[in-house]
Ligand binder design. Sequence first.
Ligand SMILES: Nc1ncnc2c1ncn2[C@@H]1O[C@H](COP(=O)(O)OP(=O)(O)OP(=O)(O)O)[C@@H](O)[C@H]1O
Length: 289
Amino acid sequence: MAVVEFDRFSYAYPGSGLALDDITLDIPKGSFTVITGPSGAGKTTLALAIAGVVPHYFGGRQGGSVRVGGVNSSQSSMGEIASQVGTVLADYESQLVAMTAAEEVAFGLETSGLSRSEAARRISQALSMVGLGGLEEREVAGLSGGQKQRLAIAAVLAMSPEILVFDEPASALDPEGAAGIYELLADLNRRGKTVVVVEHQLARVLPYASKVVLLKGGKLEFTGMLPQALEFMWQQPELRVGVPPLWAIKFTLEQETGIKLGNWQTESQAAEELNSLVPASAEGVAKSA
Ligand SMILES: Nc1ncnc2c1ncn2[C@@H]1O[C@H](COP(=O)(O)OP(=O)(O)OP(=O)(O)O)[C@@H](O)[C@H]1O
């Protein structure tokens, strides 16, 4: 079932040409969907359109429609969309407004009409889900960059949205931090959230992505499962650079040996499969000698 539906959706920022051009696309409920593509392709704009920020906040011109949870976004307010879609921007620090971690998470709940005890329970629960349990009274200013990002995620989670949208969540992180944040997003996805991420480095999402949306120049180039998306990118000279090194090795080996290899999600899966092939091919060489 689709939880977000773009139907012939086009969008231009005020005074600019089309940033998105005739996009028709479904995001399945419970999926881990990755929006990717070259710089300026329209990835952030598509994420903002799911959150209703485009066009509600920016203005500009829109054609076609976006439906979130079956409701046309142009007939909903940003507040109504926010109850279904939680968004963490690339510049997540700009989303933080409070003094302490608990106040930050409480901020979004203020208009929800929850009792004090229910709000406190939600705050603690949201903080522990992102690995910040027990840090309720910590000053936001004293948190590390990674902790601030997790706090921005907790603030969104407390509102219990069905869909979570992240714009380049790993862009400011080292490889270990990037792996950690994607583990968290995968965990939220396993708990039933529909996760949508903008990510230009597909290597980071190999273990998690169920659907890939590939944009180029504002147009939808390809949409489908991750293996098919990578195959498509491998065939296009200008998109090949976006194929993760592990899959570049896989495609090269397949081309050279004619052996179809598995859909590698991790380096250890690749190593395991390649190791299992070595004795067989060595035996083949021995027999033919
Ligand atoms: N606020 C804005 N006003 C006018 N044009 C904008 C605005 N934000 C983005 N654009 C333009 O819209 C197009 C799509 O931009 P967008 O940021 O969505 O692409 P992107 O794929 O996320 O790029 P990147 O990977 O570089 O972040 C680009 O041509 C960009 O210059």
